[in-house]
Design a protein around this ligand. Structure first.
Ligand SMILES: C[S@@+](CC[C@H](N)C(=O)[O-])C[C@H]1O[C@@H](n2cnc3c(N)ncnc32)[C@H](O)[C@@H]1O
Length: 391
């Protein structure tokens, strides 16, 4: 139970709760992040973000994007080097990762340029405009397109999402006497919001969680009383969208998260929902509504299952540290030493960033999920093979 001064969006959500008599947490999260214009992701300001000392991996250093570009080049090659090739990035923000990927790709494969189309899917209008301006300034206006939503229809290429899917709304389910209840959001005593345990909403019911747990070797009756299980119909829906939009090619999803068996271990059963606000991380989604970022770890098993149900195949699920090492991040760093005009401080900055990107206690523990469609018979991708290249 929380109470703080109310933001304008908190007041609006409070009115909906009065009307409805309570809303699911997924509905609350949907509004807090995506309401137009007051939701967190609609704001013109760039607020300090989540995790990794409040910057994302691409913001850390261009080597991250260049390493990803090596993976994408490999996907292109596995697809038979098609002359027309689309990269669709969800949550492209101001285009930093897009720029590094395009630069890395065109450096290695200049022949790709005429057929390359990079789609930045970013729902924030301000970030999208800023990204397009920057891309036009650096002469990439002909390669990049930006949109709030992907166009319907299918394409051949690669789908990419870095730290986006963890912002899709979740429902919070609670284990009570061996069965599941749901945490709904109601008005708190002092004007804020509070949790209220009730029966499952129809959306949560439709996720068939008891069966899902059984399939992952977990007995609901044996979970500790009060365990929290987060479920996301929105994540399942988004996975369906990416699976159906790809005719042939690959997807790469990088995020906080675990496969179900790890997520359902006792110490994670308090839930992974976090708020990022005023430079700190907290466990109170009800403060600074619309001004704080909300995230929950992905259940990668549910993503894989939804993808497979729509014709995709698992290429691999690994940590960011292993993935980056395998696609040659270390090699890229070593190559920097040979670059003409390289200075010690530029090199050390890159080296420090590489350590942070692969730090097992930090960003290195993010997960990287590879999926493919229509690629039966293609050899495995280097990023997901067991033989690591050593630094
Ligand atoms: C944490 S930022 C990550 C940005 C970038 N991918 C990076 O790694 O630096 C999440 C971005 O995804 C956008 N976003 C969030 N949900 C989205 C959705 N459902 N569809 C498209 N973009 C979304 C946000 O506006 C924000 O720019």
């Amino acid at each position: 139970v929380t109470s703080t001064e109310q933001t304008p969006l908190a007041i609006e959500i409070g009115e909906e709760i009065e009307r409805e008599g309570g809303i699911t947490f997924a509905r609350f999260m949907q509004r807090a992040l995506y309401d137009d214009p007051l939701g967190y992701y609609r704001s013109p300001e760039r607020r300090p973000g989540r995790g990794g000392d409040f910057i994302t991996a691409p913001e850390m250093h261009p080597l991250f994007g260049i390493a990803i570009s090596r993976h994408i080049a490999e996907c292109w090659s596995r697809m038979g080097e098609p002359p027309s090739f689309v990269i669709r990035e969800y949550g492209a923000g101001v285009g930093g990762l897009a720029y590094d990927i395009i630069a890395g790709l065109l450096d290695a494969h200049p022949e790709l340029r005429p057929g390359l189309r990079y789609e930045m899917i970013e729902l924030n209008d301000h970030r999208r405009r800023q990204a397009m301006r920057a891309m036009t300034e650096v002469g990439l206006g002909d390669v990049v397109v930006a949109a709030g939503q992907p166009e319907p229809g299918t394409f051949d290429g690669v789908i990419l999402a870095n730290e986006v899917a963890d912002a899709l709304p979740i429902h919070r389910l609670i284990v009570r006497s061996g069965s599941l209840r749901e945490a709904w959001v109601i008005r708190g005593a002092s004007g804020g919001f509070a949790w209220d345990e009730r029966e499952l909403s129809p959306d949560s019911e439709a996720m068939e969680i008891p069966e899902y747990l059984v399939n992952h070797g977990v007995d609901l009756a044996e979970l500790p009383e009060g365990s929290v299980i987060e479920v996301s119909p929105a994540l399942r829906e988004w996975t369906r969208e990416i699976a159906q939009s790809l005719r042939r090619g690959y997807a790469l999803i990088v995020d906080y998260g675990y496969p179900a068996t790890e997520l359902l271990r006792e110490h994670r059963l308090q839930g992974t929902l976090r708020g990022y606000s005023r430079h700190t991380v907290n466990e109170d989604p009800f403060i600074d509504v619309g001004m704080q970022d909300l995230t929950a770890h992905l259940d990668f098993s549910s993503v894989i299952e939804a993808a497979e149900a729509h014709g995709m195949r698992l290429e691999g699920l690994t940590t960011q540290a292993d993935f980056l090492e395998r696609v040659g991040l270390g090699e890229l760093l070593v190559n920097m030493q040979q670059q003409e005009g390289m200075t010690i401080d530029v090199y050390y900055r890159a080296q420090a960033a590489v350590y942070r990107l692969i730090d097992p206690g930090g960003m290195g523990r993010f997960r990287v999920l590879g999926l493919s469609k229509g690629m039966q018979g293609a050899s495995p991708l280097r990023g997901f093979t067991e033989t690591a290249t050593h630094l």
